[in-house]
Design a protein around this ligand. Structure first.
Ligand SMILES: Cc1cc2nc3c(=O)[nH]c(=O)nc-3n(C[C@H](O)[C@H](O)[C@H](O)COP(=O)(O)OP(=O)(O)OC[C@H]3O[C@@H](n4cnc5c(N)ncnc54)[C@H](O)[C@@H]3O)c2cc1C
Length: 574
């Protein structure tokens, strides 16, 4: 496994080692639920003398949290039945649901939502506000004999190994120049050593990549890990324009025929609206772009009418793991576990993963408490987590939705609708079960193969409405609204691993999809003095950490690595 992290390759540096019993990597809902439940369990079992840590690459917990989001509260109720009394930040409760198949100017509205999109009574949340609340509740918590450290601003840059078992992570160095030399402010990353490390990095984790390369975690899965790419804007709209509890989902326009994706519009508190779009990354279209789909989507009369007179106040982008049951890796191994999107715990049909990831955290905590009590951190011991999760309601939900993405992966044809209906009756079974999925990046066609029939050149394709700064926005305007900031002196965290020549040939054959799919306009192909495209220019500091490039680069030429901790987006409402 090549070490892509320029941050960590400094053998002469002396690193402080900190010892934990349990270390959580990533402060998403999955790991925060895991930590919370673990504290409940160790308190109930009177396990003392423990040190438990959690690191998060965002400057504050919640800065990098991005979702839709309508929350199925099943796992939250298990974790904290009185969550409403404890000030859980609810934006609204789903009361008005619309499901549409849009055409450009109109559409067909479903008389009632299909079962998998039935959200009535569920809370609408901002994931950023939700995880901030979870972290604040954890900060208040005191468990006798247990030290808890929540450490935002620390990115795990590589896995620590000992005799083939995971023994923690090393955090990223800070104060390094782009050429690798150290500044006077240099702070070496620490070695955080733990008996159990729980990886909850979200979709396409950098550490997960290393774990899989060493341990072959994905080897037993039917399918590889697969993803959607999502972009979302938060709008302030005129008071009373959209009723509280309003939720809209749509398929159809602006997605091209044969492609899969859809929209969501959720009414938030304070007359705010979340408007988002997701596209499947196994699309053949080399120019598929969630940001572009979102800009087009907002021009639909039904959506424009809601946004008119409003103001866009925040933007973000992120990948979403959609493989579910058939893409799940091995969940536990000696010294470690995977939870949440890192383990593809998402129901693609419901566009929901928060409750499944949280259930993963709860089950992981149960196995960790047993392991702490018995002093056994072997794979066999930690596999109790896997058995508990797969046998739980979350396992059943993922199993029943196991073929969803492959059924609708190439659009909502009559055949796809019939199969979808059948799968609802049979508990997920359809002919050919389990339906296979390939690597997302491999699905990308050449420009000629995909657009050749139209005879159109790149600049003649439909690139959507010209951004007017009122209803529609350029990527750079939107990135500004994401609050994204990185120290620009550090080494670039997006590694071109096979060289620029590969990018240039990709530009010639596939039109360099990264210059289109990145929702933050990080990649541009720049001509040299002779006007020939010879180099990819990477605006690292725009990166919103969505991971789309790492997943969808058709040449496998981009590897996302964590920048020094604290950089990235600054979501507060996403
Ligand atoms: C557009 C979109 C819409 C969605 N809508 C919904 C919805 O309506 N309902 C729903 O239930 N789900 C929805 N989801 C899915 C949901 O957001 C995820 O399933 C859920 O957030 C997964 O939680 P997690 O804890 O596994 O990971 P995440 O929420 O991704 O959190 C991972 C955390 O780990 C941190 N991290 C990553 N790597 C490192 C590292 N190396 N070191 C330190 N920290 C690290 C990240 O900064 C992040 O804070 C949506 C997702 C998207 C993209």
């Amino acid at each position: 496994m090549p070490d892509f992290s320029t941050q960590s390759a400094r053998p002469s540096v002396v690193r402080e080692a900190l010892d934990f019993d349990v270390l959580f990597v990533g402060a998403g809902p999955s790991n925060l639920a895991g930590l919370w439940r673990l504290l409940d369990l160790v308190e109930a079992r009177k396990l003392t003398g423990l040190t438990i840590g959690l690191i998060e690459k965002g400057d504050e917990i919640g800065d990098h949290a991005f979702s839709g989001a309508v929350l199925d509260p099943a796992a939250l109720v298990e974790l904290c039945p009185d969550y409403l009394d404890r000030g859980f930040p609810v934006e609204g409760t789903v009361a008005h649901e619309e499901v549409w198949y849009f055409t450009q100017r109109s559409g067909l509205r479903a008389p009632f939502p299909p079962p998998f999109l039935h959200n009535h009574g569920f809370p609408i949340v901002s994931l950023s506000r939700m995880v901030r609340w979870m972290a604040a509740e954890l900060e208040k918590r005191e468990v006798p004999g247990v030290d808890v450290m929540l450490l935002p601003g620390f990115a795990g840059s590589k896995v620590l190994w000992e005799d083939g078992r995971v023994v923690g992570v090393q955090t990223a160095d800070r104060g390094v120049n782009a050429d690798g030399t150290m500044r006077s402010t240099f702070e070496p990353g620490n070695e955080l050593r733990a008996k159990v490390t729980v990886f909850g990095e979200g979709p396409r984790g950098h550490l997960m990549r290393e774990l899989d390369a060493v341990l072959g975690l994905q080897a037993g899965a039917v399918n590889p890990q697969v993803y959607e790419s999502g972009a979302k804007e938060i709008w302030e709209i005129p008071a009373g324009r959209v009723p509280d509890g309003f939720v809209l989902h749509s398929a159809g326009w602006p997605q091209a025929d044969g492609e899969s994706g859809g929209s969501f519009v959720y009414k938030m508190g304070g007359d705010r609206l979340a408007v988002g779009y997701v596209i499947s990354m196994d699309t053949r279209d080399p120019f598929a772009d969630a940001h572009l789909m979102l800009q087009k989507f907002k021009t639909h009369p039904r959506i424009q009418a809601m946004l008119q007179g409003g103001k866009m106040v925040q933007y973000g982008g992120k990948a979403l793991a959609i493989g579910g049951w058939n893409s799940m890796p091995r969940l536990a191994f000696a010294g470690g576990m995977l939870v949440g999107d890192a383990a593809q715990m998402v129901n693609a049909g419901r566009l929901k993963g928060i409750h499944l990831g949280m259930k993963g955290g709860l089950c992981a905590a149960g196995a960790i408490a047993d392991a702490l009590a018995e002093g056994d951190f072997s794979e066999k011991s930690l596999q109790r987590y896997s058995h508990a999760f797969l046998a739980s309601w979350a396992g059943t939900e993922l199993y029943r939705s196991r073929n969803f993405h492959q059924i609708i992966g190439h659009g909502l044809s009559v055949g796809a609708l019939l199969k979808l209906g059948l799968s609802q009756i049979t508990g997920g079974w359809v002919p050919g079960d389990p339906l296979r999925a390939g690597e997302d990046a491999r699905a990308t066609d050449s420009v000629e193969a995909f657009h050749g029939k139209s005879g159109l050149k790149r600049d003649q394709l439909d690139w959507g409405p010209r951004p007017d700064g009122v209803l529609t926005f350029s990527k750079l305007d939107d990135v500004y609204a994401s609050g994204t900031l990185h120290d620009e002196h550090q080494p670039g965290h997006l590694k071109i691993v096979k060289g620029d020549a590969v990018c240039v040939s990709c530009w010639e054959t596939r039109g360099a999809p990264c210059t289109v799919f990145c929702p933050a306009q990080v990649y541009e192909m720049h001509p040299d003095e002779r006007g020939q495209v010879a180099k990819v220019a990477i605006a690292y500091s725009n990166c919103v950490h969505c991971k789309t490039c790492d997943i969808k680069c058709p040449e496998g030429n981009v590897v996302w690595t964590p920048p020094e901790g604290g950089g990235g987006p600054k979501y507060t409402l996403c």
